[in-house]
Write a protein that binds this ligand. Structure first.
Ligand code: IPM
Ligand code: MN
Length: 353
């Protein structure tokens, strides 16, 4: 037997299992066509398990998951669980413990997909956001004192080490070089207010860029201006690198310009370890079990995962199949508006792969 990949599947909550089912269908089609094998192993982490057992994530989970080539995740989030418990206890914990320090989020408008941006088409919206995924306000540094009193103090610190900044920037520069388009990397920050953290980012950006990546053009945008240009002139961007919190925010803006949560995919990457691929959208509880949710985001995650595993032809085949389906089949990307069921959309893509 040739190449075989062992993939951990966390289908998760809500519509997660439905979209993951279609994602796996397309991955299996790609494996058959391109001559590799995939073994899926299912893990039941999510809201249902937590409500049943009281345990968010078993102690052994990270060690167990480290044995796989990648993790394929559906959605985490349950209407009966207080916000924060599952997000922090599963998603963020896995990102941190598996040291997935990059969150890679392509913003690409596929043909036939409607964008809310006036006069913009697929030729204008095609860039990638490299979101730092291990530091910032996500570290949990801070605390609260005098809670519940009029003097309550709440602190949540924006934390970055030089090591975290350097490794993220190197990944972003390498990625820009490999992508080989405009060869332009834009740092998105807030040097005019967050003078400690973004002084560090800006210095490291120019030092590393100048000495190791002289072939890559460096640009800088404040985060607020980035939001304006992502709407007004998205064609300016090739690759954007930014901090965890800013990246969280600007990639939702990016996602809506590419057609929304039905299509937006992302990867939590540990370049030397186990990476995890997940749709940007959530568990969409109100559509659960109806077979009307759009599985394309999960399918695109499968493509990203294959590219990360080195199966580049297979990844391209999935993307081309998705583009053919958006251009020629789907009426809309919204749940229940596609003109096809979740299962049918998976079939359309799988047939084309
Ligand atoms: C995302 C999500 C998560 C984040 C939440 C669910 C913890 O919004 O993946 O963008 O903030 O990173
Ligand atoms: Mn988010």
């Amino acid at each position: 037997m040739g190449r075989v990949y062992n993939i951990a599947v966390i289908a998760g909550d809500g519509t997660g299992p439905e979209v993951v089912r279609e994602g796996k269908k397309v991955l299996n089609a790609a494996a058959a066509r391109f001559g590799f094998g995939i073994n899926f192993t299912e893990f039941d982490f999510g809201g249902e398990r937590y409500l049943r057992t009281g345990e968010v994530l078993p102690e052994s989970a990270t060690e167990e998951l480290k044995k796989f080539d990648s993790i394929f995740l559906g959605a985490i989030g349950h209407p009966d669980v207080k916000p924060g418990i599952l997000e922090k206890g599963i998603l963020l914990r896995l990102r941190f413990e598996l040291d997935q320090y990059i969150n890679l989020r392509p913003v690409k408008l596929y043909p036939g997909v409607a964008t809310p941006l006036k006069d913009k088409g697929p030729e204008h919206i095609d860039y990638v956001v490299v979101r730092e995924n291990s530091g910032d306000v996500y570290t949990g540094s801070g605390g609260v004192t005098m809670k519940g009193t009029p003097d309550e103090v709440a602190v949540q610190n924006m934390v970055y080490t030089r090591m975290q900044v350097d490794r993220c920037l190197r990944y972003a520069f390498e990625y820009t070089r490999k992508r080989n388009r405009k060869k332009t990397l834009a740092l998105c920050g807030k040097t005019n207010v967050l003078t400690y953290v973004f002084d560090l980012w800006e210095r490291a950006f120019h030092e590393i860029g100048k000495s190791e990546f002289p072939d890559i053009t460096r640009e800088y945008y404040h985060v607020d201006a980035t939001c304006m240009w992502m709407v007004k002139n998205p064609e300016w961007f090739d690759v954007i690198v930014t901090t965890n919190m800013f990246g969280d925010i600007i990639t939702d803006l990016g996602a809506i310009t590419q057609g929304g949560m039905g299509i937006a995919a992302g990867g939590n990457i540990n370049p030397k370890g186990v990476s995890m691929f997940e749709p940007i959208g959530g568990s969409a509880p109100k559509y659960t079990g109806k077979n009307i949710i759009n599985p394309l985001a999960s399918i695109c995650c499968g493509g990203m995962m294959l590219e990360h595993l080195g199966e580049e032809s297979a990844a391209r085949a999935i993307e081309n199949a998705v583009m053919d389906v958006t251009a020629n089949k789907l009426k809309d990307l919204g749940a229940g508006k596609m003109g096809y069921s979740t299962t049918e959309v998976g079939n359309l893509v799988a047939e084309r792969v």
